[in-house]
Design a protein around this ligand. Structure first.
Ligand code: GRF
Length: 207
């Protein structure tokens, strides 16, 4: 059983996928708290429906990204969180959060990193004309979408697709991949070798 803190900014469909996997006993975890930087985020309603405590930490109420992260870390620690999941969280995390949870912050990105990092990755891929895109689950480091990759899932771009239909297809893949990777973590199968140079992740049993 691992204790998760899930950070959201929007609809929270990835949070919902985690909650559903726990409910179906496909993920040996508990979501101890949901933290949103946006009041009114759909993820907060999803937390409430699942009787999961939630806290809004308004980034506009803090003088700096670091001050915001300190408030988030305090909230996560107060709820006994061991692993942090960025699920549709639209803030750049700082070393304040990363040092509090070293190599224990997981992000889901809607593209096959290192291609198309940053925002609106689905549109970037679509407008580039790729035939295959997808999603990536990775550990967060101090860069933007640059941390060690845990898993990826490919998603085809189909005839007649527009950005919205592609986003929807990628989201389905995200909802399958994120809980699966979190279960690998729950089973202790993700080892991070932070030896010399780039942190390497060894997933003893991966996809
Ligand atoms: C998802 O595409 C996720 O990859 C991106 O934000 C989108 C919305 O996520 N980071 P959610 O529905 O709020 O979980």
């Amino acid at each position: 059983m691992i204790s998760l803190g899930v950070l959201v900014s929007g609809g929270g469909t990835n949070l919902q996928a985690i909650l559903d996997a726990i409910e179906k006993e496909k993920l040996d975890a508990r979501v101890r708290v949901v933290v949103s930087n946006k009041a009114g985020a759909g993820g907060l309603e999803r937390a409430a429906r699942a009787s999961v405590p939630s806290v809004v930490v308004d980034h506009k109420a803090h003088a700096s990204r670091e001050a915001f992260d300190h408030a988030v870390v305090d909230t996560l620690r107060a709820h006994g969180v061991e692993w942090v999941v960025l699920a549709g969280f639209m803030r750049i995390v700082t070393p304040v959060l990363l040092s509090a949870f070293p190599m224990r912050v997981v992000n889901i990105h809607p593209a096959l990193l290192p291609s198309f990092p940053g925002v609106d990755a689905q549109r970037q891929a679509f407008e580039h004309g790729v035939r295959v895109t997808g999603c990536t689950v990775h550990l967060v480091d101090s860069g933007t979408d640059t941390g060690p990759i845990l898993a990826q899932r490919a998603v085809p771009v189909l005839e007649g697709d527009d950005v919205e239909s592609l986003k929807a297809r990628i989201l389905v893949a995200e909802h399958a991949l994120l809980p699966e990777v979190l279960q690998w973590i729950a089973e202790g199968r993700v080892k991070v070798d932070t030896g010399a140079g780039r942190a390497r992740v060894r997933v003893t049993v991966g996809n």
